[in-house]
Design a protein around this ligand. Structure first.
Ligand SMILES: NC(=O)c1ccc[n+]([C@@H]2O[C@H](COP(=O)([O-])OP(=O)(O)OC[C@H]3O[C@@H](n4cnc5c(N)ncnc54)[C@H](OP(=O)(O)O)[C@@H]3O)[C@@H](O)[C@H]2O)c1
Length: 224
């Protein structure tokens, strides 16, 4: 697997793209306004980055990252993602996204919503609970004492193995939380959300290692 497609290239998508390029992947970026608006980011990322439409990114990506405001999830192209592993970074913020009754009731999780939209893809929830500046700063080589771990959830074991290998290459360990239905354990307002990777609960600007043990404890402490 060599090409990572990005649907959404903002704070988180752009940061994942940076880590992927640094790890030797090619990346194809996309956003809602069109590839011409991504020139600066492509230039900053260097020769292994290019931009296209969301359709292009979905088509050429061996692995595709969806990182858009959740309210835009229905715009994610379905057909070119069939059979692919799709990473879902999205979070539900009603004040930004509007109300989704099935999420408010806890009937399903936000990543199950994307999985329903992409029935032939294998969705894995990851990057949702780490602030983008922390994600950029905490990447470490395999085996480093201060390596951080990211939570993954998904319904397909092979897809999770693929994402675990991707995370390892871009500088993170993985902690498997279980199926997508368990993804609520690191959604907004849980102990694993955000401040797990910062030096202080009130200061997200200073990242701090969130290792597997710390992450597991936070996931176990979550209540719905
Ligand atoms: N910020 C964080 O630290 C963080 C951390 C973890 C998870 N998240 C979650 O990850 C998601 C992205 O967050 P972000 O902070 O990266 O947001 P952001 O900086 O606002 O970037 C959003 C990206 O999505 C694109 N987009 C919007 N609608 C689209 C569409 N219909 N098709 C293709 N691309 C579209 C935007 O393109 P345009 O600019 O052209 O509209 C932009 O590139 C959100 O769900 C957020 O809750 C964020």
């Amino acid at each position: 697997m060599t090409t990572v497609g990005l649907i959404g290239s903002g704070n988180i998508g752009g940061t994942v793209a940076r880590l992927a390029v640094d790890a030797g992947y090619d990346v194809v970026l996309s956003n809602s306004r069109g590839p011409e608006t991504l020139t600066d980011l492509v230039e900053a990322l260097g020769g292994h980055a290019s931009a296209g439409t969301a359709q292009d990114a979905a088509q050429v990506g061996d692995l595709v990252v969806v990182s858009v405001p959740l309210k835009a999830y229905r715009a994610v192209p379905v057909e070119p993602l069939a059979g692919k592993v799709v990473i879902d970074t999205n979070n539900y913020y009603p004040q930004r996204d509007g109300a989704f009754p099935e999420l408010d009731s806890g009937e399903i999780t936000s990543s199950e919503l994307l999985q329903r939209h992409l029935p032939q893809s294998r969705v894995v929830k990851v990057f949702n609970n780490i602030y983008f500046k922390g994600l950029a700063a905490l990447s470490r080589p395999s085996g480093a004492a201060d390596r951080s771990a990211l939570a993954i959830a998904g319904d397909d074991a092979d897809a999770k193995a693929e994402v675990t290998a991707f995370l390892d290459r871009i500088g993170y360990d993985a902690v498997d939380v279980g199926p997508l239905a368990e993804g609520w354990r690191y959604q907004p307002d849980t102990p694993a959300y955000g401040t797990l990777y910062s030096a202080s609960p009130t200061d997200w600007e200073h990242p701090a290692t969130g290792d597997a043990a710390k992450l597991r404890a936070a996931l176990a402490a979550a209540t719905r």
